[in-house]
Design a binder for this molecule. Structure first.
Ligand SMILES: Cc1ncc(COP(=O)(O)O)c(C=O)c1O
Length: 382
C-alpha cells in the first residue's frame, strides 16, 4: 500500500465524507432535489464568505472566477489598479489587460505584502480608478495581505474592491461585509476541501449595479444570467452536480467544526510548520509577520538539491511538496497546508523533511523540527 500525502497548495486532500458524496448518483438538475441542493449550498457559502451579498457559483477553475470578477463589473478603457505581490496578482492584472482595462500595475517585491502607504499614493494619483484588484493570500510567495490595512487606505473612495481569496477563503478570516469587499473570489480545490472545478464569487450591491453598465464581453461568466436563474434555484446551464454534492458535504463539515475553529486549526498547523522548519535552520521566504496560514514558502537550503529532495519525499513517503513559481521558481519550495489538515499532518511533513534533508547531507539532528513543532502545540493546547 502506498499513501499519497498532498502538501501542495491545492488540490487538497478530501475528507472520506466528501469522497463518498462525489460518487452520488446523478439527479435531474431541473427538479426539486437540485433546487434544495443549490439553496443549501448558497446559504452555507454566504456563511463562509461572511456576507449577505449574493454569491454565484461557476463551474470553472479559480481563474474563471477571477475573469468573472473583472468582466462583469468593468468596461474596456476603465482605469484599474492591480496591486500585485506575486504570480496570482500578475494573473489578475493580465486578465484585466486582456479585456482592455487601462491597467495601473503596482508591483511589490516578492515576499512582501502590499504596502498601504504606497497603495494610498497610487489611489491618490488615480482618483478616477474604477477598481482595485488584489490577492488576499499570494500562494506563490506564502504571503497574506492585511485586508484591514487596505480597507483603511480605501476609506470612502468610490472604487470597486475586488479580492482574489482563492487560497485563503475558509482557512483565513475574510469578513466580506465588515471589510466591505465588493467582489470576493474563491476556488473549490483549496480550503473548501473539494476537487478543482468550481469558483465562487460574492457580489455586492455596488458591483451588481456596475454589472448593468459594464461593457466587457461575457456570456458563460455573466453574473446577471446566473443570478436570474438562481432566484429560482436554477442555473442557466447544466451545473457541475458531483462538485455540488461534494460542496454540500464539505460546507456542512466546515460549519459543524465552526469557521473560527477551522481558522484556528489552520493557524496552528502553519505555526507548527514554521517553528519546525526554523528549528532545523531553514529560512522562511518573505516577511514573517505576513506569513500565510495556508502555504509556507521556504528558501532552498544551501547545498541541497531541492528537486532531488522533493522526488525522494514523494517516492519514499508519498509526501508531495510544491516547488517555487515564477521568478523565484528556483529559490524556494512550498508546503501547502490547507483544507483537511491537522497538527499531526504538520508533524508528518516535518519528520519527512528532516529525513529527506539528512539524506541530502544537510546537517541536522533527527527530531529537532518535530520537537519544536510539538513544543508549540503543547503551549497552544494547554
Ligand atoms: C491565489 C490564487 N489565485 C488564483 C489561483 C488560480 O486558480 P486555478 O488554478 O483554479 O485557476 C490560484 C491557484 O493556485 C491561487 O492560489
Amino acid at each position: 500500500m502506498f499513501k499519497t500525502r498532498l502538501f501542495i497548495p491545492g488540490p487538497t486532500p478530501l475528507t472520506p465524507e466528501v469522497q463518498k458524496a462525489l460518487s452520488s448518483p446523478m439527479i435531474n438538475h431541473r427538479g426539486p432535489e437540485y433546487e434544495a441542493l443549490q439553496k443549501e449550498v448558497l446559504e452555507n457559502l454566504r456563511k463562509v464568505f461572511k456576507t449577505s451579498n449574493r454569491v454565484v457559483i461557476f463551474p470553472s477553475a479559480g481563474t474563471g472566477g477571477m475573469e468573472a470578477a473583472i468582466v462583469n463589473f468593468l468596461s474596456p478603457g476603465d482605469k484599474v489598479i492591480c496591486a500585485s505581490i506575486g504570480v496570482f496578482g500578475d494573473r489578475f492584472a493580465s486578465i484585466a489587460k486582456t479585456y482592455g482595462a487601462d491597467l495601473i500595475k503596482l508591483d511589490f517585491p516578492l515576499g512582501k505584502a502590499i504596502d498601504p502607504e504606497e497603495l494610498k499614493a497610487c489611489l491618490d494619483a488615480h482618483p478616477d480608478a474604477k477598481a482595485l484588484l488584489m490577492t488576499h493570500n499570494e500562494t506563490s510567495t506564502g504571503v497574506t495581505n492585511d485586508l484591514w490595512a487596505i480597507k483603511e487606505v480605501i476609506g470612502d473612495r468610490d472604487i470597486l474592491w475586488i479580492v482574489d481569496a482563492i487560497s485563503s477563503l475558509v482557512a483565513i478570516d475574510l469578513p466580506t461585509d465588515e471589510l466591505g469587499v465588493d467582489v470576493v473570489v474563491g476556488g473549490s480545490q483549496k480550503a473548501f476541501m473539494i476537487p478543482p472545478g468550481l469558483s465562487f464569487i460574492s457580489v455586492s450591491e455596488k458591483a451588481l449595479e456596475n454589472s448593468e453598465r459594464a461593457k466587457m464581453p461575457r456570456f458563460y461568466f455573466d453574473v446577471r444570467s446566473m443570478l436570474k436563474s438562481m432566484e429560482r434555484n436554477q442555473t442557466p446551464y447544466t451545473p457541475a452536480l458531483p462538485q455540488l454534492f461534494a460542496l454540500r458535504e464539505a460546507l456542512r463539515q466546515i460549519l459543524e467544526e465552526g469557521l473560527e475553529n477551522v481558522q484556528r486549526r489552520h493557524r496552528m498547523v502553519a505555526e507548527t510548520i514554521r517553528r519546525g522548519v526554523k528549528a532545523i535552520g531553514l529560512n522562511i521566504f518573505g516577511e514573517e509577520r505576513f506569513a500565510s496560514n495556508t502555504v509556507t514558502a521556504i528558501y532552498n537550503p544551501e547545498g541541497v538539491d531541492v528537486r532531488k529532495l522533493r522526488a525522494f519525499l514523494r517516492e519514499k513517503f508519498g509526501v508531495v511538496l510544491a516547488g517555487g513559481q515564477g521568478a523565484i521558481q528556483n529559490t524556494i519550495f512550498r508546503i501547502g497546508h490547507l483544507g483537511y489538515v491537522d497538527v499531526m499532518d504538520a508533524l508528518t511533513v516535518l519528520s519527512a523533511l528532516e529525513i529527506g534533508l539528512k539524506k541530502q547531507g544537510f546537517p541536522l539532528e533527527l527530531g529537532q523540527a518535530v520537537r519544536a513543532g510539538e513544543e508549540y502545540i503543547a503551549e497552544e493546547v494547554q
